[in-house]
Design a protein around this ligand. Sequence first.
Ligand code: SAH
Length: 487
Amino acid sequence: MDFFPIFLDIRNRACLVVGGGTVAAQKTESLLRAGAHVIIVAPLLCPELRERMSGRSLKGRIAHRAEVFSSQHLEGVVLVVAATGNAGIDREVSQAAGQRHIPVNVVDDPALCSFIMPAIVDRSPVLIAASTGGASPVLARLLRARLETLIPAAYGRLAAYAAAFRARVKQQFPQPDKRRRFWEEILQGPFAEMVLAGKDQAAKDYLERSLKHDGYRSDDSSSTQDAMVAGEVYLVGAGPGNPDLLTFRAMRLMQRADVVVYDRLVSPEILDMVRRDATRIYAGKERSRHAMPQESINDLLVRLAKEGKRVLRLKGGDPFIFGRGGEEIETLSSQGIPFQVVPGITAASGAASFAGIPLTHRDYAQSCVFVTGHLKDGSVNLDWDMLARPNQTIVIYMGLLGLPVLCAQLAAHGLPASTPAAIVQQGTTRNQRVLTGTLETLPLLTAEANLAPPTLIIVGQVVRLHQQLAWFNPAPDLNASETGAVR
Ligand code: SAH
């Protein structure tokens, strides 16, 4: 270990920043965030610092001396940062601080530093500091970026609750072992999940109940199990197939689940990312051949949760867009099962972005409607007049079988047969294919192309932009397009 890591309390302490440029401004900002009084010594200040000086909110916590550095500036100071960009002055600051045993940091010059500043992930009061010992600040920042994705934004609130309940928990569990076990379960269990999901009141109630429950136990040698036996269901959108498009929350819950109930649309790559030892249950949904009727899925979720399991109901795209998520949570709520819904990127957004077809556009479409092309009795019976409007994009889910009828009806209800239309196979994945044509040509193009599900249909003038914009997709290999003439 080249450095000894510590967290320093500099609230209301004087810290000196030598230099008035943008780097000095960043360091000043960090010191202010930690509650310091900052004195800036520099003949001139950059605009950011000038603006900061004039801000009212700081109430005298920042002062400027328009002078050249001298050792007198170190009087009463607990920490020094030199960011002048002038090697001579920086060295002078470092030496003067060293003689007085004041911790000093010289930006980008580890040899002159008695301390270095880490890259931080700030979830106050939780702070994570990463350092490469000055070897590579960029590497430290990359590491920080990875940590940012791992630590939910609400972790600070979780810590704040732990602080608020700490004394009571200590009183209730005088033995450190039991206390530790209680906290381990609380901080990994439904309480934590409720805080992270923003359900603060429910979380507090839960913690109160858990404390009370354990208070009455004559023998709490095992754990707080009983208080936590209630299972829960996470209804999670897994996005359109590309694992990169999962949300952080989806990822986190995928690691927590005891059992996962998943659809056909959930790609194997994504399923692979679910906790290894979670039980996997396929709930199917192939067109016209449902592997499991919806009612059975609803009942299964309830049963598993009642067994105390953390159930991940993983769905393609977004659970609330043609996902029957509404029906599933109705059953859960009627049975009093706790649940949360996590949105996902719906196929329309995913496929459109990856195909370079903006769904709205100032010149071409001011509205966008999502419809299903698959109706209960097998017929396609939509509000055609509402759909066949100018300056509107229509996205059709589950429309492959009905495509000829869809195109014919839209034309019959007033859209020109030359209206551009596209079909996107397995959007966002390595197997994405995009066919473009018109209402008139797309059905035939599609029939000849032998597409593999799932596919999404996009109708409207925005489809014209596909050829131009697909180029800008960061993964051009995904855009193997076969484009018919757009008249
Ligand atoms: N809840 C899902 C939609 C479920 S309905 C969502 O929000 O995306 C299933 C239909 O979604 C499929 O028939 C297809 O039309 C569409 N779909 C889902 N994933 C797709 C993908 N990767 N590419 C193209 N279409 C997709």
